[in-house]
Ligand binder design. Structure first.
Ligand code: HOZ
Length: 424
């Protein structure tokens, strides 16, 4: 097996053989497969096996892999130079597009990753308010920023290290981690630290401990209490931005955050993140204001061209209604299978984001997400993989449907689910 040989080589020179822990199939006790190429909704591994892909680069591949408009834009940008570290027209086009799509964003700064975006947004919230504490929610993952690696989700949770070594207790002490969907916990925190909380950072639809949703009124509550307490509300829409709707969860719910972080879809597959928000807050960012933030590769012209082409294509086509149709098809078929197999498992979906939890309890926070059985997830995942369907290799990740998936892909996935769930 070529993948296994590559993994053996990789393990000698890369920690765990991977460049991000969520790609390691470690907890599944098998080697990851190595990808040779990808197109549309499909991946091919180094051994020639084909998969229907529901990881979608962990979110960016909303048009599927290697979409022609994005490739064309990259091919057109490359001969002009790979980066200059000087402003370019495409950065302005991108910023105008983001501000037009996401009305809460009046000014936006590009970064190279979602992690940089959240790190910068938290610094900005502290700089703008002059306060030091940040509230985050257990199971939410905001990248590998020191002060946000507290009760974190995604790979940190999968590998049992939600509080990372190397983050001094003094740093973590400024982060207040609370259960998601618990209004009283937030009220108590504001009462305990009056006038000291700079902001709340939240994945409005959490997608890093599986995928679950806010209770009715919860996001409105976060908006109201932050406004009342003089703290900022930061929506981390790295996963949900340009995906749940053209303007993310905020577009779908009508909640207007003070700051928003973006990533994944905005880069069209290349490394791009962004943070933006109200003009008066963004004007505190260097060089206008005292909050320093920078990056040699930020706004890279090739990455901007790729991201902008992806956004333009989303705008030009019926991608969102198509992904909703495909998502509804998957949900309907899966619920039928679960019913027929007498498996009352919990399923959550919004548009193209979904998660099957291996628990019979409702899931609305980290604690309930953790009632899922890994002993049921493992045989399900391995059977799906064997049958050529790649879902995330962790029960704490989100499934992504792309506009390149077809009804036939969904039917084939449902057939595989029928077999895989029959085995658990
Ligand atoms: N936020 C991503 C998973 N939910 C991280 C992906 C990666 O690190 O590769």
């Amino acid at each position: 097996m070529i993948s296994e040989e590559l993994f053996e080589r990789a393990c000698k020179v890369i920690p765990g053989g991977v460049n991000s822990p969520v790609r390691a199939f470690r907890r599944l006790e098998r080697a990851p497969f190595f990808v040779a190429r990808a197109e549309g909704a499909h991946l091919w591994d180094e051994d020639g096996k084909q998969y229907i892909d529901y990881v979608g680069t962990w979110g960016p591949a909303i048009l599927g892999h290697a979409p022609k408009p994005v490739l064309d834009a990259v091919m057109a940008a490359v001969p002009k130079g790979l980066g200059y570290g000087i402003p370019t027209r495409v950065e302005v086009d991108m910023a105008e597009t983001v501000c037009r799509w996401v009305p809460s964003i009046e000014k936006v700064r590009m970064t190279n990753s979602g992690t940089e975006a959240t790190m910068s947004a938290v610094r900005l919230a502290r700089g703008y308010t002059g306060r030091k504490y940040i509230i985050k929610f257990e199971g939410c993952y905001h990248g590998h920023v020191d002060s946000l690696l507290v009760s974190a989700g995604s790979g940190a949770l999968t590998h049992g290290e939600p509080d990372s070594a190397g983050v001094p207790a003094e740093f973590a002490a400024l982060t207040i981690a609370l259960p998601y969907n618990d209004e009283q916990a937030v009220r108590d925190a504001f009462n305990k630290y009056p006038g000291q909380i700079a902001g709340i950072i939240v994945e409005p639809y959490p997608g890093n401990a599986g995928f679950y949703l806010p209770k009715p009124g919860y996001l409105e509550f976060l908006r109201d209490i932050t406004a009342k307490e003089g703290a900022l509300l930061i929506f981390d829409e790295v996963m949900t931005g340009f995906r749940i709707s053209p303007s993310g969860v905020q577009g779908k719910t009508g909640i207007v955050p003070d700051l928003t972080t973006l990533g994944k879809v905005i880069g069209g597959g290349l490394p791009v993140g962004a943070f933006g928000g109200r003009r008066e807050i963004m004007d505190c960012v260097s060089p206008l204001g005292p909050v320093y933030q920078a990056g040699t590769l930020s706004g890279n012209p090739v990455a901007m061209a790729a991201g902008l082409a992806q956004l333009n294509e989303l705008e030009r086509t019926d991608a969102y209604s198509r992904m909703e149709r495909l998502g509804a098809h998957l949900e309907e078929g899966l619920r039928r299978i679960l019913h027929d197999l007498h498996l009352p498992l919990t399923f959550k979906r919004s548009g193209s984001m979904w998660c099957l939890f291996f628990t019979t309890q409702d899931v609305y926070d980290l604690k309930s997400a953790m009632t899922g059985s890994f002993d049921m997830f493992r045989p399900y995942f391995l059977s799906m993989l064997e049958q050529g369907v790649y879902v995330a290799p962790s029960p704490f990740e989100t499934g992504f449907i792309s506009a390149a998936h077809t009804e036939a892909d969904i039917d084939a996935t449902l057939a595989a689910m029928q077999v895989a769930l029959g085995k658990i």
